[in-house]
Write a protein that binds this ligand. Structure first.
Ligand code: COA
Ligand code: MG
Length: 289
């Protein structure tokens, strides 16, 4: 699975922002047709994204398109407008059931067959951002076409009537529910947007908190947020070094017949090894080591 430490949105009707995104070395570019686009600009967004997919070189950045949610009446035209130009994946927001995931998967599969692309080569990520979506995480996360789940904090707060705070305690349960469901099904978990895009320190703190919770990446909405976020989701040199030492010493201790042992005054056993291995996997995905 491609690394998605930062997933940058821009309004799909804004060609200038799409072109700007190509210069940012961002893991993932998500051209939006949903809430970033005014109702009277949906058609323009479809056309602009279709053209961008045909004309622009996205380099190493993944190219995703986010359609409107199932039931809005726009979703079918959105997906039909962009699929023929082979985005790397489709994002479907406000997913509340397995049936809605299946709706998208069927359409993508039909395109793969029609154009002779390998089956499952176009990936899918879904937004879970309502109370119903959180309750149905288990069935949603089980769909085999999914790469990841994106947690929409603002929509979720609106859905439950929570007041947003800086430390996001009102989202804690749902964020952890998303991380847990994703871990259970081997999916990436993508954390909330930090909307105050001039506050780099606040963003860094929230991104590090999300990485600490087990999220694999974070949604971002402004060029200033890309580097800070990608850094926060890349294991530090110190973390990598510690993880390497655990992996190395663990094997030796197993050979000596010890399940648990001491390293630098701390107990190491199987769960710590597993966590260390995860750190190394993430480091590798981020191009380190
Ligand atoms: N992607 C790519 N480029 C972006 C960008 C984004 N999300 N947001 C801003 N830029 C560009 C601007 O076009 C500008 O480029 P320029 O100097 O070449 O003109 C530069 O970065 C600086 O932008 P700035 O003036 O600071 O911001 P703005 O006032 O133009 O835009 C927002 C502010 C919030 C409207 C804009 O960041 C945005 O549209 N974000 C994404 C919104 C979205 O998609 N929401 C839905 C998902 S949550
Ligand atoms: Mg949303």
């Amino acid at each position: 699975m491609p690394s998605r430490r930062a997933l940058l949105y821009m309004p799909g009707d804004d060609r200038r922002k799409i072109e700007k995104a190509l210069t940012l070395r961002v893991d993932c570019i998500c051209m939006d047709m949903e809430d970033g686009v005014a109702v009277n600009r949906k058609a323009e967004a479809r056309a602009t994204i279709a053209q961008a997919l045909q004309e622009l070189d996205f380099g190493k950045s993944e190219k995703l398109a986010r359609i409107n949610s199932v039931g809005t009446g726009w979703e079918r035209d959105d997906i039909d407008a962009v699929l023929p130009f082979r985005p790397d994946g489709i994002v479907i927001p406000k997913i509340e059931s397995l049936e809605q995931v299946e709706w998208g998967s069927k359409i993508i599969e039909a395109a793969e067959l029609q154009y002779g692309w390998p089956l499952n080569s176009i990936r899918m990520l879904v937004g879970v951002e309502t109370a119903k979506g959180i309750l149905n995480l288990r069935e949603i996360a089980s769909h085999p076409r999914l790469d990841g789940i994106i947690f929409g904090g603002e929509d979720f707060a609106a859905s439950i009537g929570a007041r947003r705070t800086r430390d996001a305690t009102e989202l804690l349960y749902a964020r952890q529910a998303v991380v847990t469901a994703c871990a259970a099904f081997g999916l990436q978990a993508i954390d909330i947007v930090y909307i105050d895009f001039k506050d780099a320190d606040g963003l860094r703190a929230e991104a590090e908190q999300g990485a600490g919770f087990g999220f694999s990446g974070k949604q971002v909405i402004h060029p200033n947020q890309v580097q800070v976020t990608q850094d926060a989701f890349t294991p530090s040199a110190k973390m990598i070094e510690e993880a390497r030492r655990i992996v190395e010493t663990f094997e030796a201790s197993q050979k000596e017949g010890k399940g648990a042992y001491a390293l630098d005054g701390k107990m190491i056993d199987m769960p710590l090894l597993k966590n260390a291995q995860k750190v190394l996997v993430r480091a590798k995905a981020a191009g380190k080591n």
